[in-house]
Write a protein that binds this ligand. Structure first.
Ligand code: ADP
Ligand code: MG
Length: 441
């Protein structure tokens, strides 16, 4: 299959604010470029060659953009391509409070403020309702990575907030999977949304028991889609997954002035986000052969979902206030790097041998019915197309033998018996053959 080369797409979404820093953040008329201006530090004098202007060009700037338009711009195409077999990943990156969770999950209070996850679920089930020639199943998992520990947001939790199953990331030829992570079949949109809310509730419970904050962990909501359909006598099976990722806050350690537990969390986050950045730089370099995915849980889990063979979209969530300009710059840099990556998405097709056998059995039974109908129309309803049993073989052999010996003048033969004579190469004179044939019809 010929793969089409694509770039990772990166968007920036600005959180609405009354104190938007118009002198610092400027948007280009193309709706894709964003410039950052920082006034020169007066105290450092005139001889100050610190760069003060930055220009970024992304795939789109989402400023004062509704949840609906954000979904259409960022996710719709990726989800429809997942329905035909391409894996897809959407990630929200940015400092705490910049709108990652709002973009990914949305505000639960109002339906129109729902985010990418519920809208993606809706799009998938709408497509299923419309599909007539395939059988599609949808499953869901919700994984949280906190301080390099994997946590299943959809399994029954122990009182410590941890899942009782020990989870591990496993590489296999079909891709990466998390051993021990529960994956739930869902039959409709409501089922899937219930799981999302269950996961959100577990996230809050785990937060209390572990004394953590949701912005300190990475959350990956995955929709697994499997469609089976027939192509002639083969049952073709297409598997794909959509990873919807709410990354931990990317703010720098120094700014938070943290200590103790918070310091440890920040160190883990900084490490995993900087490994993510390293992976992105490595993926963008065509000369690099080894990509060190295994250096953090986040990058390892995303091994088959970042660049490579899938569609990848990044949303850099930024705050519009001057106070946050350093974080904004760092998020925009990250988003620009993502755009360097080239991907070659491929469809994940497998042939389902069990399904193929079942389909062939069904076809054989239909053909037999058709033959029986045809035979009864030409008065041959006694003919059977099942293989001969040992007893039948012995009986036919004995009759033919007797006939050839001249012991009997007539034999009770069926079409099968004529085939039998051919298969067993029983020598007959042309007179005997003609006689036999006339007695079988
Ligand atoms: P993050 O997950 O990045 O820490 P949140 O998504 O929790 O940030 O956003 C912080 C607050 O700002 C929330 O109350 C959220 O509802 C609000 N918010 C974020 N982005 C938007 C937006 N585009 N429009 C309206 N409110 C937003
Ligand atoms: Mg959040």
């Amino acid at each position: 299959m010929h793969a089409v080369e694509k770039k990772v797409r990166a968007f920036v979404r600005v959180k609405p604010t009354a104190q938007f820093a118009q002198d610092v953040i400027k948007f280009g008329p193309d709706n894709k470029s964003i410039d950052i201006y920082i006034k020169k530090d007066a105290k450092k004098g005139v001889v100050n060659n610190k760069q003060t202007d930055w220009s970024f060009k992304l795939d789109g700037v989402l400023h004062n953009t509704s949840q609906e338009l954000t979904y259409e711009t960022v996710a719709k195409k990726l989800v429809s391509e997942a329905l035909v077999g391409y894996n897809g990943t959407i990630m929200c990156y940015g400092q705490t409070g910049a709108g990652k969770t709002y973009t990914m999950t949305g505000a639960t209070a109002e339906y129109k403020h729902r985010g990418i996850i519920p809208r993606a679920v809706q799009q998938v089930f709408k497509a299923i309702t419309r599909s007539v020639d395939s059988f599609i199943t949808v499953r869901i998992s919700y994984l949280e990575i906190y301080n390099e520990t994997l946590c299943d947001l959809l399994s029954t939790m122990t009182s410590s907030g941890a899942s009782d199953v020990q989870m591990a990331i496993v590489d296999c030829p079909q891709g990466v999977y998390v051993k021990g992570l529960s994956i739930h079949s869902v039959s409709d949109e409501e089922d899937a949304l219930n799981l999302l809310f269950e996961g959100e509730t577990n996230r809050v419970i785990a937060e209390h028991t572990l004394n953590k904050n949701s912005s300190r962990s990475h959350c990956i909501f995955t929709i697994y889609i499997q469609s089976r359909f027939r192509v002639l006598s083969d049952v073709r099976c297409i598997n794909s997954k959509i990873n919807l990722i709410d990354l931990a806050g990317s703010e720098r350690l120094s700014k938070t002035g943290s200590e103790g537990r918070v310091l440890k969390e920040a160190a883990y986050i900084n490490k995993s986000l900087s490994f993510l950045e390293q992976i992105i730089i490595a993926l963008a370099d065509p000369k690099r052969e080894h990509i060190p995915f295994r250096q953090s849980k986040l990058t390892h889990v995303l091994k088959d979902s970042l660049g490579g063979k899938c569609n990848t979209v990044l949303v850099a969530n930024i705050c519009g206030e001057a106070l946050h300009v350093e974080e904004t710059l760092s998020s925009l840099r990250f988003a620009t790097r993502m755009k360097w990556i080239t991907t070659e998405p491929v469809i994940n097709v497998t042939y389902d041998s069990e399904g193929t056998v079942k389909a062939l059995e069904k076809e054989i039974s239909l053909l037999k019915q058709e033959l029986a109908m045809h035979d009864s129309l030409v008065n041959r309803s006694s003919v059977t197309y099942d293989p001969l049993t040992d007893v039948q073989v012995a009986e036919i052999k004995s009759q033919i033998h007797k006939y050839l010996q001249g012991d009997i003048d007539e034999i009770d033969l069926t079409v099968h018996s004529m085939e039998f004579i051919t298969v067993y190469q029983i020598p007959l004179s042309s007179k005997q053959y003609m006689h036999l044939q006339s007695s079988t019809v």
